[in-house]
Design a protein around this ligand. Sequence first.
Ligand code: ZN
Length: 282
Amino acid sequence: MEPALLFLLVVGVILGLIVALPRLRRRRLLARPFPPQWQQILQRNLPIYDALPDATVTELHHQIVLFLDEKKFYGCGGLVVDDNIRVTIAAQACLLLLNRPTSGYASLQAILVYPSAYFATQQVYDDSGVVHSGNNTMLGESWSNGRLILSWDDVESGARDFHDGHNVVLHEFAHQLDQESGSSNGAPLLGTGSSYQSWARVLADEFNQLQRQAELGQDSLLDHYGASNPAEFFAVATEAFFERPTELKQLHPALFEQLYSFYRVDPALWKPTHCEPGNEGI
Ligand SMILES: [Zn+2]
């Protein structure tokens, strides 16, 4: 065989393996049954899990398996990361990936978990453009360099109360989706079926409305922190979309519609199958 031909053949085989091996690995991982102990963790820590339709549960399991295979977890401040922590974080992160084409947070490599809220030095610009740095108490951070940081106490309490509109995992992973577009500006990669024009118009209107409410100290469904900038607005709106979908649909129908076209799930349909206290019937 000609050396040039042999070279091309070897390159072709290597490229083929580079493409095929990850696919084979994923197929092998997904062929295994979802570990029962992981299911018990979800039932214990994430009440919304029992409200998901069967098909959604199956897809969530697949996403969790792939997520935990690909992402590395590191305990900080003496925290030992176990399956309880890994599965609880992965499940909430993967709720943002259901029903849509996804790279599975491809640029994210490491999740650092502190036992509770932690201090981080941050630099902020004041109105005159002067930089100030100070220690702030943080529940989580999302970085574009492949790292995401979370406080376990707040992950756990956020998962247990999935209806208060506050969830640090949903918030920080919404930032990850936002960053996939190349910059953190409140406009993630929308994919087909969505229009950047209507997304920009609706989210800008809603952001301006929240800024006015925050300035006037008025109550709002969306946390006033979302008025900080468009990136925070998208993260805060994501929390409300998953945790307070019925109210968001009623009070901000255009915003709900945009988020629905992006996330492709309607969390308002996720109803617990068990009886609520005080609703036992007679
Ligand atoms: Zn944020």
